[in-house]
Each structure stands twice: as structure tokens, then as C-alpha cells.
Design a protein around this ligand. Structure first.
Ligand SMILES: [Zn+2]
Ligand SMILES: [Zn+2]
Length: 368
């Protein structure tokens, strides 16, 4: 049984602890991946802090990228040496999975936040007991992981794995929401609330779609500056002024064709809807904290043909969208490298703090 090093979450809200653990051999249909890099995403923080209850102790992390090191019995799609990006987990067999929407798999909560294999067991132990080691099917805050081959997406070897890692969740969420759900026509206008990893990925996709006005709204000046550097046409400070009024001014009173709430707070969701023009389409992405309620003016917020979509993982099939995004990165059209800040794996707690404060848009941990 190989010995690995992992960052273990043992207590709610406490710093992760680097520990040596034992990893089982990959089961049938699985591969063992040596992680080269992993992104940090908001869901890791809300799991560490038990806002979404994940069984502890656990190894978190769900934007892993690495190299296949061992192949389990009957695994057929991957070989030792393949470079892979790890996506979220899904059952492959429910109606929504079969329809091509694995982000809405009916087992999403169990398969991702349950942090265990479907049979309730874990591949990781510390010699005393099990450590939950299947967060999003991957638990990528570790030097090695066993994953089912359906969630390991083969990528070209000439692309850097540290830049590819965030394609597995944050970038896929932002890009997929634009490409798969909103589908703006060239010349459309879009407002994106929240200029973090998801919002800025959506901006890159909006640029590729030929949007004209691309308005980013955030409360951090550093992120507004980054938005403009990445091609936003306008950056609106959402902390004091009325963002909806400013968006209407920018669009000559009309409002925007498309809007994304990448924050997940009631007041932002309401502002996102109120910024839409008639027949506008808004999207709430990601995982809001449970229990938040929002009040709407039914004749205004959702009147005049307006629509709203609740989007998980960009409504994407990872085996389709990750290679497409990798191809766009190859041609220079999707500069994900401009979103990331690299940290050595040993500095994971600093990276988590920088993710929470907004100092880093997309922290990526590099394994030794
Ligand atoms: Zn399913
Ligand atoms: Zn995520």
C-alpha cells in the first residue's frame, strides 16, 4: 500500500495538517494519479468549515491535475503516463447523467460532498482508521489519489498541468455557464457579479463569444483592475453605489442581455435579475450557503420574458468541455494562466486564506 502525503481536515474551520497516509491500490475501473497541481475552489473552504457537512477527518481538493501512475484491473480508457485533469464525480447511470448533464446527477451530493466511495468506504487511512478520501471522487489535496476513470479527462502533454488544473471545476463553471447555458450571440451585453475564478472565467468565455459590453461587478479594487486587464469593458464597484443603476447607465437605460451571479448572496442575486433587459437570461452559479432566501418583485425581476437558470459545474460534461477548453488554451484564446497564483503544496493554509480574502483569484498548489 503506497504511502502518500495529504493535507487532512480534522476539525471544522481548523488549518489543514500535512500527514503521511496509506492509499489503497486502485480498484477495478480506477487509476492512481500522481498529482502535479491542484486548484483551490470555494467548495473546499465551505467543506473545511462544515458549511456543507463533509465527514471529517477528510482530504479535500477537487481541481486535481496529474499523471496516471497505475491502472486498476479492467480500466480501459487510460494508460500509465497519460496526463489527466480531474473533474467532479457523477454516477453515470441516472436519467440526468444519461441525458448528458452529469452536473445535475441525482447523486451529486453523495458522490461529491459525501467524500467516500459509493459503497461507503475510503481508499485512505492513517494506520488507525479511515480518512475520507473521495471528495468529489478525487481528494486532490494529496500527492496521489485513486479516481474512477470516467472523471479523469485525458489532456495534451504539451500543456502545463498547473494551468490546466482549474479546468476541473472553477474555470469549467464559468466557461460552461456562458457556452452551454447563456449562449450569448456576438454583440450581446453581459454583467458578471463576482470577479473571482468563476466570474473571470465567464468573462474570458464572453470575450470569445463576441460580447460587446462586458460589465464586471465586485467589491475588491484589485479584482476590478484584473477584470479590465482581462478585457472587461466596464468594472463597477459593488460595495457602495447602486450597481443596477450603473449597469443601466452603461447600457443606455436598457439593461443587459445576460447576467451571472457568481457570488450567491440574496442581494447579489436580486441585483443580477434587476440588471437584465426584457427577455434577458440570468444564471446563478456555484453553491450558495443553504438556507438563504430571496425576495423578488414578480412583475419586474422575472417579468417581460426574463429567465433565470441555476447552473452547477457549467452544465458541462467534463469529458467534452475540458478538452475543448484545453484546445482554446493551446491557441492562446483562453488565458487561464492569467487567473492563477502558484503556491507550494506545503503552504496550503496560506493559499486557502488568500482564496477566502480574494488576494488570489485562483490559487494553484504545486506538488514537490
Ligand atoms: Zn447520475
Ligand atoms: Zn469547485
Amino acid at each position: 500500500m503506497p504511502e502518500i502525503v495529504a493535507a487532512v481536515a480534522r476539525h471544522s474551520g481548523a488549518p489543514l495538517e500535512l500527514e503521511s497516509l496509506f492509499l489503497e491500490e486502485p480498484r477495478a475501473g480506477q487509476v492512481r494519479v500522481r498529482l502535479v497541481a491542484t486548484g483551490i475552489c470555494h467548495a473546499d473552504v465551505i467543506a473545511r468549515d462544515q458549511i456543507y457537512p463533509v465527514p471529517l477527518p477528510a482530504v479535500l481538493g477537487h481541481e486535481g491535475a496529474g499523471i496516471v501512475e497505475a491502472v486498476g484491473h479492467s480500466s480501459s480508457t487510460l494508460q500509465v503516463g497519460d496526463h489527466v485533469v480531474l473533474g467532479f464525480n457523477y454516477c453515470q447511470h441516472c436519467e440526468t447523467c444519461l441525458a448528458g448533464f452529469p452536473g445535475n446527477c441525482i447523486h451529486t451530493a453523495q458522490y461529491n460532498f459525501g467524500a467516500l466511495r459509493p459503497d461507503g468506504s475510503s481508499p485512505l487511512s492513517d494506520g488507525h482508521g479511515a480518512i475520507a478520501g473521495s471528495f468529489f471522487g478525487q481528494s486532490s489535496f494529496a500527492t496521489h489519489t485513486n479516481v474512477s476513470e470516467h472523471l479523469a479527462v485525458k489532456v495534451p502533454k504539451d500543456l502545463a498541468l498547473d494551468v490546466l488544473a482549474p479546468l476541473g471545476c472553477g474555470v469549467m463553471t464559468g466557461v460552461g455557464t456562458v457556452f452551454n447555458v447563456l449562449r450569448p450571440k456576438p454583440g450581446s451585453t453581459i454583467a458578471i457579479f463576482g470577479a473571482g475564478g468563476v466570474g473571470l472565467s465567464a468573462l474570458l468565455a464572453a470575450r470569445l463569444s463576441g460580447c460587446s459590453a462586458m460589465i464586471l461587478i465586485d467589491v475588491l479594487k484589485s479584482r476590478l483592475a484584473k477584470s479590465l486587464a482581462l478585457g472587461a469593458s466596464h468594472a463597477v464597484d459593488g460595495s457602495g453605489a447602486n450597481a443596477v443603476e450603473l449597469i443601466r447607465e452603461i447600457t443606455q437605460g436598457r439593461g443587459v442581455d445576460f447576467a451571472i451571479d457568481a457570488v450567491g448572496k440574496p442581494e447579489v442575486f436580486r441585483a443580477m435579475l434587476d440588471s437584465l433587459t426584457v427577455r434577458g437570461h440570468g444564471a446563478l452559479v456555484g453553491a450558495p450557503i443553504p438556507g438563504q432566501e430571496v425576495s423578488l418583485d414578480l412583475s419586474q425581476s422575472l417579468g417581460a420574458g426574463r429567465r433565470v437558470s441555476m447552473v452547477l459545474e457549467g452544465d458541462a460534461h467534463p469529458q467534452l468541455l475540458i478538452p475543448q477548453m484545453a484546445a482554446l488554451m493551446s491557441s492562446g484564446a483562453l488565458p487561464v494562466d492569467k487567473l492563477i497564483t502558484r503556491y507550494p503544496f506545503g503552504e496550503i493554509n496560506r493559499a486557502l486564506a488568500d482564496s477566502l480574502s480574494g488576494d488570489a483569484v485562483k490559487p494553484v498548489l504545486i506538488f514537490p
